[in-house]
Design a protein around this ligand. Structure first.
Ligand code: ACO
Length: 428
């Protein structure tokens, strides 16, 4: 294949270089297009065909259902590593050796406190506030409490900011949930691992000893790993574009949390559970809801199905489905919601509407079922996703800053009024 693409506009022909990735993905580099053509740009709503960057972090092949972080397969990582090992690999490029991992974990523990005034901010929120709004605000507030970590560019400052946010974020997650449940705000314990500490922060009740359930611990570790990165999705692109203005890491992450909140993105895990509950309350008639999903006059969509990139089984959904079975069996939970989910999946996988459009269950279809079995409230599901995605957002932000990428600033094609005279208010 030639390493150039030819574009013909009217009588003129232009050549643009092709870029090839390590997995042979090809892009046309149109960096010089506007200058060379006297103003012509590309337009691609939703960026369905537009690469925003070159990145060495995550590879996914949506046609084949492949997902790899830093070259390691998601299946191996989910089964063999823990969340902080995966976080290290995402952020620093390779899996850590013993020494690197021990230091990373220790540094995170050293940062696992938040200023007690953060508690006052949390207290000002109404109890029924959505946890994602609260989490986004608290993350943004960390900027004010850690001003030295706002505009950072050296690798050392970045390392310090990384261990800081990884140390503090589980506290924000735990407190967000405790506030909702009316529980006192606690601190974790340095003697616990990262995921154990998260469970302690979320589930420790003041009047009983904390019981660690190893099945839940392993499932939670796995869920966090599966959510840890997914290349240039909506929230990650948000983190990169906000960070490209040299806004600090915490502000960029806060923006990413807001992007993740929406039901077409991370909010889908909450939407899936609410959908399954609604189907159950309506008598469990999955066929009725399949028909609604296919009806173009009905805004209903089968939540947890379809993906912008995967046109095959989401590899994460396969792992989560197996984990859901394991957790529910081990905990002895017989959840009718799971039956409805299995029924919908079976019907969709055999329905030409879904087959033709390559709509398969995505990562969120089964994750909510596990979270529910763990005793996590539905409104907290997307918060769990945010915690999982944290290392991915950090890695992408760090990559973007270290490469000194230009500020993200798309162009547009204007379709509004042409110049017209101003009409005085009294004459309008
Ligand atoms: N239910 C019914 N029909 C669907 C669904 C669905 N869940 N998803 C897509 N379609 C249909 C569309 O109506 C469209 O049909 P048409 O070609 O006849 O018009 C076709 O499939 C293509 O859909 P698009 O919306 O163009 O696909 P896009 O790539 O823009 O959207 C998205 C992907 C947003 C994930 C979509 O599939 C969706 O809304 N799914 C439900 C929400 C969800 O589960 N989101 C989580 C995604 S995973 C994540 O963010 C972690």
């Amino acid at each position: 294949m030639s390493n150039k693409a030819k574009l013909i506009i009217g009588d003129n022909s232009y050549e643009f270089p092709l870029i090839k990735g390590t997995e042979n993905e090809v892009a046309i580099n149109v960096k010089t297009l506007r200058g060379a053509t006297n103003g012509v740009i590309t337009i691609d709503p939703g960026y369905k065909n537009t690469g925003s960057c070159e990145s060495a972090i995550t590879f996914l092949d949506g046609e084949k259902g492949i997902l790899r972080y830093r070259g390691y397969s998601i299946e191996e990582l989910a089964n063999k590593a823990d969340f902080l090992e995966v976080s290290y690999a995402l952020i620093f490029g390779d899996l850590p050796n013993n020494e690197q991992l021990a230091k990373f974990k220790e540094d995170i523990k050293e940062n696992s406190l938040v200023d007690d005034d953060v508690r006052k901010i949390l207290e000002a929120f109404p109890k029924n506030a959505h946890p994602m709004g609260v989490l986004s605000s608290l993350t943004s507030a960390l900027t004010a409490f850690n001003p030295a970590f706002v505009n950072i560019s050296s690798e050392e400052d970045m390392y310090n900011a990384v261990v800081r946010i990884l140390g503090k974020f589980p506290i924000l997650v735990g407190w967000t949930m405790r506030k909702k449940k009316g529980l006192h705000l606690n601190y974790g314990s340095k003697s616990l691992s990262y995921v154990e500490n998260l469970m302690y922060l979320m589930f420790k009740h003041p009047n009983e000893d904390f019981q660690m359930n190893p099945i839940i611990k392993r499932a939670l570790d796995k869920l966090l790993i599966l959510h840890a990165d997914h290349e240039q999705n909506c929230s990650t692109s948000t983190v990169r574009i906000v960070g490209s203005s040299h806004a600090g890491l915490f502000a960029s992450l806060s923006a990413g949390i807001s992007a993740l909140w929406g039901p077409l993105h991370g909010g889908a895990n909450q939407a899936v559970l609410e959908m399954l509950e609604a189907i159950k309350a309506d008598g469990g008639d999955t066929k009725k809801y399949m028909a609604k999903a296919k009806d173009k006059n009905d805004p209903f969509r089968l939540m947890g199905f379809g993906h912008r990139v995967y046109k095959n089984f989401d590899p994460r959904a396969k792992i989560i489905k197996a984990a859901a079975d394991e957790v529910l069996n081990d905990l002895g939970i017989d959840d009718p919601i799971l039956e409805i989910a299995r029924g919908l999946e079976k019907e969709a996988l055999n329905d030409p509407y879904f087959v033709d459009r390559k709509l398969y269950p995505n990562v969120d279809f089964y994750s909510g079922i596990i979270y529910r079995a763990m005793g996590i409230p539905v409104e907290m599901f997307t918060v769990m996703f945010a915690l999982g995605r944290l290392p991915g957002w950090i890695a992408q932000w760090k990559e973007m800053r270290l490469k000194n990428e230009p500020i993200g600033r798309p162009r547009q094609i204007y379709t509004g009024e042409n110049l017209r005279p101003f009409t005085e208010l009294e004459n309008r």
